[in-house]
Design a protein around this ligand. Structure first.
Ligand code: FE2
Length: 376
């Protein structure tokens, strides 16, 4: 058994797990005890509050046995046993990441080279086969998007896709929304415009975490979908201009939608959202929905706009984008807090009918975690 060492008169424990030395605080260990008096069997919820644990809690005894790591906490006289694998998976004694904008290991940033191996699955396979569903959800978690083929071309199709992992998020645009282009030679000039890549609805609290866009009909030429990894854009910006990156992360932008009677959606959020530990949480970029920025100090506004412009230029960089044409029966899903979507110009007459719906990330990640646990 690996050596155990009490530190600071039992305020912490040093333990070697799988060859790595880790320190754990007594208060952390006691709070995370897995016994039936601390955690409810079945639901796994904590049954005690922090006030039930004396502030002077320390480890009085530590020993290994076949069952795991035994600890005795005083002054409670509480004995608990830890599974070393459980502890190793939750070890926190590691240097914190220094570079702002870091992402978890489950995320892979990408650029145009992803075009050679775009994540794609078949609707019926995903609906019927748990392994295919797991693969599909894992790709969305990793790349922030995936394509789906074999999707019904009936009204409401995207909601059937949302049901495979979670729940539709209804908004003022409805349960589903239509993106229609009826293009004839007379009005071609007005409807064939491309659409700059953006994230949807940054004026909501919170912006939808997922968007599904299904193609129900498409007889036009052009109008290809374009996707860009906003996390890659943020990383490029940070490399080119750490100050610009910091400005877009530090100051909030404002977004709003007031285009419908009775709807006044407004949100104050940064374009690059970082957690307090520098983790990249979300990207918001939507030229059409940007309101006047009023939260950037006068001294920083010029540099803020320069960084905003730099970000916009990266978003136009073809080396970062993937494009593909959605045919009827195809759908893509994007992580709307990460991946930007846009549309190339439509170059012929015809009909194009896309239908979208929103959902949230938590249900997708929950379904993925449950499927992975089941398969382990
Ligand atoms: Fe959009």
């Amino acid at each position: 058994m690996s050596p155990l060492q009490l530190l600071d008169a039992g305020a912490a424990l040093q333990v070697t797990l799988a060859g790595e030395v880790h320190r754990f605080h007594a208060i952390w260990l006691r709070d995370n005890a897995q016994d039936a008096q601390t955690r409810g069997p079945g639901h796994g919820q904590r049954l005690i509050t922090l006030r039930d644990i004396p502030p002077e809690t320390h480890i009085a005894e530590a020993a290994w046995s076949e069952a795991g790591l035994h600890l005795r906490f005083e002054p409670e006289g509480k004995r608990v046993t830890f599974d070393p694998a459980w502890l190793l998976a939750r070890a926190y004694d590691a240097p914190s990441p220094q570079t702002p904008g870091w992402t978890a290991e489950a995320i892979t940033r990408w650029d145009s080279r992803l075009a050679d191996h775009l994540p794609v699955e078949d609707f019926h396979a995903v609906a019927q086969d748990k392994a295919a569903r797991r693969r599909w959800l894992r790709a969305i978690a990793r790349y922030g998007f995936a394509r789906l083929t074999g999707v019904p071309t009936t009204d409401g199709a995207p909601t059937e896709v949302a049901r495979l992992f979670g729940y539709v998020r209804e908004t003022n645009y409805g349960r589903v929304f239509d993106v229609r282009a009826e293009v004839n030679p007379n009005n071609l000039a007005y409807t064939n415009l491309g659409l700059q890549a953006h994230t949807d609805d940054p004026y909501r609290d919170q912006a939808p975490g997922l968007q599904m866009l299904a193609c129900l009909a498409n007889t036009v030429q052009g109008g290809d979908s374009l996707l860009i990894d906003g996390f890659m854009v943020a990383e490029r910006l940070r490399q080119q201009s750490p100050q610009g990156f910091a400005l877009l992360a530090r100051h909030c932008a404002r977004f709003e939608y007031t285009g419908t009677a009775g709807v006044r959606l407004r949100a104050k959020r940064p374009m690059i959202e970082l957690g307090p530990d520098g983790e990249l949480i979300a990207i918001r970029f939507n030229n059409r929905a940007a309101a006047a920025f009023t939260d950037v100090p006068y001294e920083d506004m010029a540099a803020y706009y320069a960084a905003y412009r730099q970000m916009a230029e990266l978003i136009e960089d073809p080396a970062l984008a993937v494009t593909f044409k959605l045919e009827p029966g195809e759908l893509f899903i994007v992580d709307n807090l990460r991946v930007l979507h846009g549309r190339l110009p439509i170059t012929s007459s015809g009909q194009r009918w896309l239908q979208g719906c929103y959902a949230d990330r938590d249900s997708l990640l929950s379904t993925l975690a449950a499927l992975e646990e089941e398969a382990a």
